[in-house]
Structure formats: structure tokens, C-alpha cells
Design a protein. Sequence first.
Length: 169
Amino acid sequence: MKKIVHTIDAISEWTAKIARWFIPILMVMVTMEVALRYIFTRPTLWGYELHIMIAATTYMLAFAYTHLKKAHVRVDMVYAHLSPRAQAGIDFVGTLVLFFPFIFLLIYAGWNFAFRAWATGESMATTGWYPPVAPLRTMVLYGLVLFGLQALAHFVRDAYFLVKGRPYD
């Protein structure tokens, strides 16, 4: 089981290392688009939708890494003052009762959206460029699945800590 958990962690790390390069690309593209639009009054047809695709992909691919590093936003007025075992218990129950049902619904919907986009050749219709939407929907699905797997890895760690009283790793 440790090999599976560490493999999930490695995939999250690897995905984040790739996704982090989208940020400078996005910054250059947005800067270029702003300059073209407001300085030269020649905006591109493809800029807006491409910005959306790159930003959405970056966000989706960052979810699992953020969960891996426990960097998500948490209101911890009470949680931070609890023992590590109590924190693991709260995380265990919260993941089981709240997170897993919600992520499974999102993955199911993401699968349907991605499959339908590939099957029908759906395109984005915000501008006149009409790029295919299937690659973006596939990245959303991948991000959700990886997020769910990372939550499963943390769930295993929390369960182990609750039972054994010591960290999994």
C-alpha cells in the first residue's frame, strides 16, 4: 500500500512541476494580449479563449499538489489546537463524509463532459476562433481524478495514524 501512496504523491509532484510552467507562459500571453489590444488596437481572436484554457488547466492540475502539501485554505481556530490524532480523526471523517462523495460526483460529471466533447467535436464559442474544448475538459477530468487519488492517499495516512498512533511515512 505504501508504494501506491508514494506513487500517487509522485504523480502529483510531477504534474505540478509541469503545470508550473504554464504560469509564465500565461503571463507572457496576457501581457502580449493587453499590449496588442490597448497599445496597438489589434487584439487577437484566440487570446481570450487560450488564456481561459491555460489558466483552467493550471488550476486543475494544482489541486492535488496543494492537497499533498496540505496548503489548502483551512479555518483552524479549533483544529490547530487539537492533538495530531484528533486532527487525523477530523480529516478522516471529513474526507469520508464530505470530500469523497463530492469528488466522485465531480469526476462522474467531468467524465461525461469530456467524453461528450470528444464524441461530438464540441468547440468553444466565446469568440469566432472556435477551438476544440475536449482537451480542456480532459485536463479538468485528469485534475479531478488526481485530486481524488491524492485525497485517498491522505485518507490512508489518516486511517493508519488513527489506528497505529504514529505517522504512515
